[in-house]
Design a protein around this ligand. Structure first.
Ligand code: UDP
Length: 363
């Protein structure tokens, strides 16, 4: 009946379906949730677009991906410039001259460099074996203690000394007064929201929601020649080698009767006393659109993950990677099924990477 049964109406599934539709293939997309979009799902509250599963800022350096998404959404000129709050002190992120001026009351890039270099020397780390050592050897002790340690330990639920250095490798450090979190040339938020963008990708494709593939695998598999599975790969195989680890999140969303709560889309709470990692104030993604008297904020609490909970961040340490490789070998032997997306390939992919992966896989 269908050429492809696509399990998961998230970004990977939507892009894959869209490409196949353009190639004249018939696709059926199913999802166990009652909405499309996966974790980029957004929804209007008081005229404000609320990112239901955590903030998503689109950024890319891939021209073909940027051209592709612009077919489905007009993007605004938002750039992410989050603020960190450490015991009530505010610092700009990512680490840049604004951060260093506030931290050390210095004026020039030279002074900032000398300060960092001195702290790195004092730490005496020659080979960074874990996240703490990696962070200290990049930005020195002060920035590590105030802006990295607390946030990271809350986020990942373990001491920085027990986390892989790789988590922090991509952290930008700038000797300019530039608060833009990302280095990519294209960045923005879809003016009508992410859900509308995904809706555009799925236009002309049949979508059925509230359907759990794994619960009805036999019957659903018969509907199509091929299956594209974007759920957790270990769940697909019944956790037969054990479950892969993730970090989960709990979101606490509130509508406040004020026009502007924190003056920025993202405020990170980098000390260990505050139990959440950040507060997102959604209206700032679209420059204050929506009800001018109200605002919507979301506190983000990291959470240990158990099978059945929503999986957000794959834990990319060596043990989990080795376990994933075992599942990947099984996946390669599946005749009619391929795997894609963040959960299907157990990788922390940004949106543009997911789109690139789906475009490549769909051909
Ligand atoms: N991080 C930090 N302090 C911050 C923000 C990030 O130490 O204020 C570290 C933390 O270890 C985190 C990593 O940088 O896991 C990556 O953060 P990013 O903001 O890129 O992650 P995301 O927004 O995808 O959760």
């Amino acid at each position: 009946m269908y050429d492809y049964l696509i399990v998961g109406a998230g970004l990977y599934g939507a892009v894959f379906a869209n490409r196949k539709k353009d190639q004249g293939r018939r696709c059926l997309v199913i999802d166990r949730r009652d909405h499309i979009g996966g974790n980029i799902y957004s929804q209007q509250v008081e005229g404000i677009e609320v990112h239901r599963y955590g903030p998503h800022i689109f950024h890319t350096d891939r021209r073909e991906v940027w051209n592709y998404v612009n077919r489905f959404a007009e993007f605004n000129h938002f750039t992410y410039a989050p603020v960190a709050c450490y015991r009530g002190e505010l610092y700009n992120l990512p680490f840049n001259m604004n951060t260093f001026v506030r931290m050390w009351d210095i004026r020039t890039p030279k002074e900032a460099r000398e300060m960092i270099d001195r702290q790195v020397r004092e730490a005496g780390i020659t080979h960074a074996a874990n996240l703490e050592e990696q962070a200290v050897s990049l930005v020195g002790r002060d920035v590590y203690e105030k802006l990295i340690k607390g946030y990271t330990e809350k986020q990942w639920g373990r001491p920085c000394r027990e986390l892989p250095a790789s988590i922090i490798k991509r952290l930008p450090v700038r000797m300019t007064f530039d608060n833009n979190y990302f280095n990519h040339p294209w960045q923005g938020i879809p003016k009508k929201g992410y859900t509308e963008m995904v809706k555009g990708m799925l236009e002309g494709t049949e979508v059925r929601l509230g359907i759990d593939f794994l619960a009805r695998r036999e019957e659903l598999s018969r509907l199509a020649e091929r299956i594209v599975y974007t759920g957790p790969i270990d769940e697909y195989f019944g956790y037969r080698f054990g479950s892969l680890e993730y970090r989960s999140l709990r979101f606490e969303t509130e509508v406040l009767e004020i026009s502007n709560y924190q003056g920025t889309a993202g405020m990170n709470f980098t000390d260990s006393e505050v139990p959440y990692t950040r507060i997102i104030e959604h209206k700032h993604f679209t420059f204050g659109e929506g009800n001018p008297e109200k605002t919507v904020i979301t506190r983000e609490y990291p959470l240990a993950w158990r099978p059945g909970a929503e999986a957000y961040y794959p834990l990319g340490d060596a043990g989990n990677q080795a376990l994933y490789e075992k599942y990947r070998s099984l996946a390669e032997k599946e005749k009619n099924t391929s795997f894609g997306g963040r959960l299907g390939t157990y990788r922390y992919l940004d949106m543009d990477q997911v789109i690139a992966q789906a475009m490549e896989d769909a051909g």
